[in-house]
Write a protein that binds this ligand. Structure first.
Ligand SMILES: [Ca+2]
Length: 273
């Protein structure tokens, strides 16, 4: 901070007056779309993950997507919108959004798979100055956020410049590694603009800007017990079941053929040379 030193004799009226009152806070809405993942780590012993995503600016106020149950190929799908009200202007606060992928577990605490943290303060500042919504697009990222603000790690979709991939970093065997990649979109709206252009949470109406289709690859209810079992059971458990079935079949065959084998042995033994 610089302080201006004036002569004792100088009139106080001559010194310029500066407005040092606290800048008023402004309200915004941060719109986050969680699309899908690739290469997400499987956390359950049976080779599945029940994936959901949690986002927060402040861990006291977090929002979750719904859960993609029994995923076994690392491609969880949500197409889910999360809406965060933000009051901007507190210089002691960090306006970073933390995005975490979890594996839901019913009988123990959920497993954190990986996370990424993005600093949205430059976007909120720009939205405040321009008094209009700001989208995290490839052009904005390349031309400003990455170049001047040091943001890194985003890879944009070629067919949609508002969708980008981030790496979810987590721990495995004590090492920090990439546990999957998540596709998301981010917009910051001044409160007034957000009220004029409302959107729904998740896939609820108004489902616009962007339209979010139903997620893919989810469990489908079926009256066919084999189909339901195949969806609910992970590949590792499925392999074990196949092995057990083979062992049971072999044992059944042996039991069925045992009398025939024994009768052959006995008849061979009794038949004279
Ligand atoms: Ca699980």
């Amino acid at each position: 901070m610089w302080a201006e030193i004036n002569e004792m004799t100088a009139s106080t009226d001559a010194a310029p007056l500066y407005d040092i009152s606290k800048k008023p806070t402004e309200d915004f809405e941060c719109r986050v779309v969680i699309w899908d993942t690739v290469e997400l780590e499987m956390m359950d012993a049976e080779g599945t993950t029940d994936g959901f995503v949690r986002c927060f600016f402040n861990s006291d106020h977090s929002l979750d997507t719904d859960t993609h149950f029994r995923n076994s190929d690392g491609k969880c799908s949500w197409n889910y919108r999360l809406l965060f009200p933000i009051t901007y202007g507190d210089k002691n606060k960090r306006y970073e959004i933390t995005t975490q992928a979890y594996d839901l577990d019913l009988f123990k605490s959920n497993d954190l798979i990986g996370q990424v943290v993005l600093d949205l303060e430059p976007m909120i500042e720009d939205s405040m100055l321009a008094k209009r919504p700001m989208s995290l697009t490839k052009e904005y990222y390349d031309g400003y956020l990455a170049k001047d603000k040091g943001m890194k790690g985003l890879t944009f979709e070629s067919e949609d410049s508002r969708q980008f991939w981030v790496e979810l970093k987590g721990k495995k065997d004590g090492k920090s590694i990439v546990m999957g990649k998540l596709k998301m979109s981010l917009d910051v709206f001044p409160k007034r603009e957000a009220e004029l252009n409302q959107v729904g949470k998740g896939q609820s109406e108004p489902n616009v800007n962007p339209f979010l289709p139903k997620p893919t690859g989810r469990i489908e209810f079926s009256f066919n017990p084999i189909k339901m079992l195949m969806q609910l059971v992970g590949p590792a458990l499925r392999r074990k079941l196949y092995c057990y079935c083979c062992i049971v079949l072999c044992c059944a065959l042996c039991v069925m053929m045992a009398p025939m084998i024994f009768s052959n042995i006995i008849s061979n033994a009794l038949t004279p040379g």
